[in-house]
Design a protein around this ligand. Structure first.
Ligand code: KIV
Length: 296
């Protein structure tokens, strides 16, 4: 009996809309490289996000601000080579869409044309409606991202839950509705009280994908390294760790070090052989070279 899951059709914006209508939750994780993309595709994820969180969990920066278009393109290409069926979203990095709409459209286009993404995501509410419209007009699907927006964390005094007061929650709802009208096909809600996220999900016709936004959005997203327990600098409260790979990998690495030091690795199973006659011929060759050397 085969253990391979049945091949799936490519997930599109239509699949995502259908899931919103049927109430089947949309599954999304971040992904930054080829082998993870293969693994996440096999697991059956609906959407993969090449998030600018790569700046922190892959490139080791303090925050996401120093991620460049070149960084994004390199990682988008790797993910697109590995995952064919999930819907692929590439994050627009800091300063790739803030300066003007023309540059935003050009950079969004690069994430699709060169990076192999199906859509782009950008952080921002009312200030970015014209930008969203311009990118959508160019035929590029845009995912919005409101609530906690890491690229503007400095403006709000850090990584804080958003929409906790009635006025702030109303502002979030207005932003979500405006982004929907501007043409977004879906919206990420990050670090928002669950009941506010549920209200927004109910009022919108496009899918909402939550991260730290409770169980009632149309889908969920997490940073892969957080949920697998691979990023040990800190873990946000809203992350559930489904594995503790940092510890597990440490014990594999310690085994390797121990086996190399005690000559247990590599054993015969991991080494190559040579025919006895070739070995003897080599020894004879070396012998005769040595003798010639002595005679000179
Ligand atoms: O960059 C990222 O990983 C994200 C998710 C947190 C939604 O934007």
């Amino acid at each position: 009996m085969s253990t391979q899951p049945a091949p799936r059709n490519k997930v599109t914006v239509l699949t995502l809309q259908q899931k919103k209508r049927s109430g089947e939750p949309i599954t999304m994780l971040t992904c930054y490289d080829y082998s993870s993309a293969v693994m996440l595709e096999q697991a059956g994820l609906d959407m993969l996000l090449v998030g600018d969180s790569l700046g922190m969990v892959v490139l080791g920066h303090e925050n996401t601000l120093s991620v460049t278009m070149d960084d994004m393109l390199r990682h988008c290409k790797a993910v697109a080579r590995g995952a064919k069926t999930p819907f692929l979203v590439g994050d627009m990095p800091f300063m790739s869409y803030q300066v003007d709409d023309k540059e935003a459209v050009r950079n969004a286009g690069r994430l699709l044309a060169e990076g192999g993404m199906d859509a782009v995501k950008l952080e921002g509410g009312m200030e970015y409606l014209t930008t969203v419209r311009a990118i959508v007009r160019a035929g590029i699907p845009v995912m919005g991202h409101i609530g906690l927006m890491p690229q503007s964390a400095n403006q709000v005094g850090g990584f804080k839950v958003q929409g906790r007061t009635a006025l702030a929650a109303k502002k979030l709802l207005d932003e979500a509705l405006a982004l929907q009208s501007a043409g977004c096909f879906a919206i990420v809600l990050e670090a928002v009280p669950s009941r506010v996220a549920e209200l927004i999900a109910d009022r919108l016709t496009i899918p909402t994908i939550g991260i730290g936004a409770g169980a009632d959005t149309d889908g969920q997203v997490l940073v892969l390294h957080d949920m697998l327990g691979m990023f040990d600098r800190f873990t946000p409260r809203f992350v559930k760790q489904y594995a503790h790979l940092h510890q597990e990998l440490q014990s594999a690495l310690q085994n390797y070090i121990q086996e190399v030091r005690t000559h247990q690795f590599p054993s015969g199973d991991h080494s190559f052989t040579m025919k006895e006659e070739e070995w003897q011929a080599l020894l004879d060759l070396l012998d005769s070279e040595l003798q010639m050397g002595n005679e000179m």
